[in-house]
Design a protein around this ligand. Structure first.
Ligand code: EPU
Length: 428
């Protein structure tokens, strides 16, 4: 397939209504969890994204019947006789494939999932996943590029999931999905509290699991013998919603965001208000009005409910045109700053000291060709392009398409000048 780029002519205040899609990061482990039962599962509000297509391809490879009904965003799965090997060719496309490990191990007691490998946002080890599954009684070896997990049975116990950078989201998902079919009770301490984990637990409970404490750092799971099919509506994507909130703030626009859960966006709302934007919650919608951005920010990324690392690049775009000196410390992925050098091409005044970015707000950005390096970096560049004067070409937007459903269409509906074009520059 030819590479595509986005061409954005910035400077338009975005106005109107945008509807938020289902959450990518909730949907991926939930799709993996359908491996836990031979019965029909129906997953609704599934976003149309490259990562979801990769997860469906993986499930099909594993022998799951997958029916994808695009207009209704519904995926039906039936995992009657799954096989236990997830190959490198598919796994390498998406790091989230690692969350097949827990459900495959629980269902088959023997599985091999390719090691997900490195990632441009930094080192992403899976030691905590392995530690957790081992605590439940699995033997886990890494050999020939595969994680091989096997056991006679899984037995509930206490598992601590906190690591150097806080708890692990997909690690918690993996241990949770293994523990639901383990013998006895598992207590996960320092579990990830992200809404996506809570949504996974809600889905698992619909399947017949017995999980208490979802959304808190302590999960109590009483293992059951088997799970049944379930029907579930995936929560809204809080990162997509946050990205549109920043879009309103940094273009001086006025956007009503529909379908998002405001309670999941407290940290983003707080920082936008501090910078000078107005955020109102009315009857299930969030309205963000740009006004004048007048205050620089100090921002540190943290596990939920702290400020999400997945919103850091977007906030860097905002800070680049907010007067004063802003400071951003990245505590989840210390090297997740690939967007800064591209933002500098648009005129942003940025410096990096270890895991801290220092951003001096400039009067204006000016459009230039830039290169997307990863999903959220791309979103940051789109936002910077929307604020910049003139034309910004963003190359390699396949990164963006991994996580934002129809972003160019949604932006156009808000008045932005955004075109998706084939990129005939083979070096781009
Ligand atoms: N970590 C370890 N050992 C482990 C696992 C994680 O040291 O075994 C470290 C990581 O290197 C990182 C920190 O712990 O420093 C947190 O990583 P976590 O495991 O929580 O990340 P993840 O579960 O692999 C999910 C999201 C990411 C999001 C992070 C943090 C999905 C599919 N991915 O990744 O989303 O940034 O949580 O919130 O849910 C994105 O959507 O763009 C994205 C990267």
């Amino acid at each position: 397939m030819p590479l595509e780029k986005l061409v954005i002519t910035g400077g338009v205040p975005l106005k109107g209504v945008v509807r938020i899609s289902g959450s990518k990061n909730a949907c991926l482990p939930i799709l993996a969890a359908t491996l836990l039962t031979p019965e029909l599962c129906v997953i609704r509000n599934v976003p149309d994204l490259a990562d979801v297509r990769t997860m469906c391809a993986l499930l099909k490879w594993l022998g799951v019947q997958v029916r994808h009904d695009r207009p209704g965003c519904v995926i039906e799965t039936r995992a009657e006789k799954p096989v236990g090997v997830a190959p490198y060719d598919l796994v390498r496309k998406m790091r989230a494939s690692v969350c097949l490990l827990g459900p495959l191990l629980a269902r088959l007691h023997n599985c091999k999932v390719s090691m997900p490998g490195g990632c441009v946002i930094g080192n992403r080890p899976i030691d905590q996943h392995i530690k957790g599954l081992t605590r439940l009684g699995a033997n886990v070896e890494v050999e020939s590029g595969y994680v091989h997990a096997h056991c006679d049975e899984l037995v509930g116990t206490d598992v601590f999931m906190g690591g150097r950078f806080g708890s692990t989201v997909l690690g918690t998902a993996n241990v949770l999905m293994a523990a639901v079919l383990a013998k006895g009770t598992t207590i996960i301490e320092s579990a990830a509290c992200e809404p996506e984990i809570e949504d996974l637990a809600v889905f698992l409970n619909k399947m017949g699991a017995k999980i208490r404490g979802a959304g808190s750092p302590t999960l109590e799971i009483e293992g059951v013998k088997e799970l049944h099919g379930a029907d579930h509506v995936v929560i809204a994507d809080r990162i997509e919603a946050g990205t549109f909130m920043v879009a309103a703030a940094l273009t001086g626009g006025n956007i009503e965001i529909q379908g998002a859960c405001a309670a999941h966006l407290g940290a983003v709302r707080d920082k936008l208000e501090e910078a000078g934007a107005t955020v109102q919650r009315n009857n299930g919608t969030i309205r963000v009005t740009g006004g004048s951005l007048h205050k620089p920010l100090e921002l540190t990324t943290m596990p939920y409910p702290g400020f999400p690392t997945d919103m850091q690049a977007q906030m860097c775009a905002l800070m680049s045109i907010t007067p004063g000196i802003s400071v951003v410390t990245e505590k989840i992925y210390p090297n997740r700053f690939m967007h800064l050098s591209e933002m500098a091409r648009l005129g942003a005044d940025v410096a990096l000291e270890s895991n801290t970015a220092i951003i001096k707000g400039v009067n204006h950005l000016s459009g230039a060709p830039v290169m997307a390096s990863d999903l959220r970096a791309s979103a940051g560049l789109v936002l910077a392009g929307l604020a910049a004067e003139g034309e910004t070409d963003i190359k390699r937007i396949y990164h963006l398409d991994r996580g934002y459903e129809h972003i160019d269409t949604k932006l156009r509906e808000l008045g932005a000048s955004v075109e998706r074009l084939e990129d005939d520059d083979n070096n781009g």
